[in-house]
Design a protein. Structure first.
Length: 389
């Protein structure tokens, strides 16, 4: 009798253990980002955002969706900012790792290269790629949780041209999809603001000697040099070399948070007085807390894109909860589209972009203009897409 009781108890325990195991599953999130080369600070910032969001979910036993808890696992691959590497990594993530969600890519060319794979498979991607071609009605599974030049350029440039009395601008752009898109947007924005992009140079992304290009630009007597579209390391090299050849005009970066990395490369003296786009305002308590958490966790300064992808990943998790599934990405996609007034670390976030892209998959968030003083950003204007003040 006693042995039967023991066996029965063991059976119950085994059943309970089996049910618990059934309720504990793994949710794989891909991070297809640039971890080496000139764009590594952007890619690492995105990867770490996903890791921190996963840490939040896992600390309470996992992300709970429709009664099941999922341990979130981030699987990362380096695309080295190259389209062919991104395609290889995307195939591996989708067909070998079986992921249904990807944080990435960093670049425009890589996201355009992988979309035939991700869209066909119904894999939701959160991309940094600035190209307008990344978002469209026929690419319903791609979202962009960060503002691009198209969103932030005009209000910032209007303010800078007026306040700094800029008439002529020179710029260097990478010779790829990203560079071409940004050159077009920037040129149009300066023209609308009453200035002219009078000197432009295009270069291959692995270039490190910019003095010949800068010499041609500076010889045309430009009032300012625009850095938008360049990776943090490249932008730092351009700043340093521009100052080395005697350029004393205004240096501007209207898009892409990268101030700390630029200062690290060019030095405080060369960057003093630069005007930069900033997505981060330390006066916002939640943003400051995320910055501290990032630096405490990773032992280095936070890249400005990271909080966008932290918020974006958290919104993705919320969409899974709202949809009641992690498997049905069509339902998750719809739930993600329907999130509005989301309170992220950067402030109140909403989806926009229907008029510009044909689909409202572009995140709208506050942004700022900062002046670099002693290597640090000092906010000089607060902006929305309607203007800066």
């Amino acid at each position: 009798m006693k042995s039967r009781t023991i066996l029965a108890a063991a059976s119950v325990l085994a059943l309970l253990a089996g049910n618990a195991a059934a309720q504990e599953q793994t949710l794989k999130i891909g991070a297809l980002v640039t971890q080496s080369g000139a764009g590594a600070s952007w890619g690492n910032g995105m990867l770490r955002a996903a890791e921190l969001a996963a840490e939040d979910a896992n600390k309470d036993g996992g992300l709970e969706v429709a009664g099941t808890k999922y341990k979130v696992e981030v699987i990362a691959y380096d695309d080295a900012y190259k389209a062919n590497e991104a395609v290889t990594a995307a195939n591996r993530l989708v067909f070998e790792d079986k992921v249904k969600y990807i944080i990435g890519t960093v670049g425009s060319a890589p996201i355009l290269a992988i979309q035939p794979i991700t869209e066909e498979a119904g894999v939701i991607t959160l991309t940094l790629g600035f190209t307008a071609k990344a978002l469209s009605a026929d690419k319903p599974y791609t979202f962009r949780p960060n503002p691009t030049t198209a969103e932030v350029a005009q209000p910032q440039i209007d303010w800078l041209v007026a306040s700094q009395k800029i008439k002529t601008v020179g710029a260097l752009f990478p010779n790829d999809e990203t560079g071409e898109a940004i050159a077009k947007d920037i040129g149009a924005a300066y023209k609308k603001a009453g200035a002219e992009l009078t000197a432009t140079e295009f270069f291959e992304r692995d270039r490190v000697d910019f003095i010949p290009l800068l010499t041609r630009i500076v010889a045309q007597g430009v009032d300012a040099i625009e850095l938008d579209g360049n990776s943090p390391v490249t932008a730092g090299q351009i700043v340093q070399q521009a100052r080395d050849i005697g350029f004393e005009g205004v240096i501007i970066r209207t898009g892409g948070p990268a101030t700390q990395e630029i200062v690290n490369v060019a030095g405080k003296q060369a960057t003093e007085g630069m005007f930069v786009h900033s997505a981060f305002n330390p006066a916002v308590e939640t943003a400051a807390a995320y910055q501290k958490r990032y630096s405490d966790t990773y032992g280095e300064a936070m890249n400005g894109f990271s909080p966008f992808f932290y918020d974006g990943t958290k919104m993705l998790f919320q969409a899974m909860k709202d949809a009641g599934t992690v498997e049905d990405t069509a339902a998750v996609k719809t739930a993600l589209e329907n999130i509005s007034g989301y309170e992220g670390v950067l402030g109140t976030l909403n989806w926009t972009g229907k008029d510009a892209y044909g689909i409202a998959h572009q995140l709208d968030s506050p942004f700022y203009i900062a002046r670099v003083e002693d290597g640090n950003e000092v906010i000089v204007a607060s902006c929305t897409t309607a203007g800066c003040k």
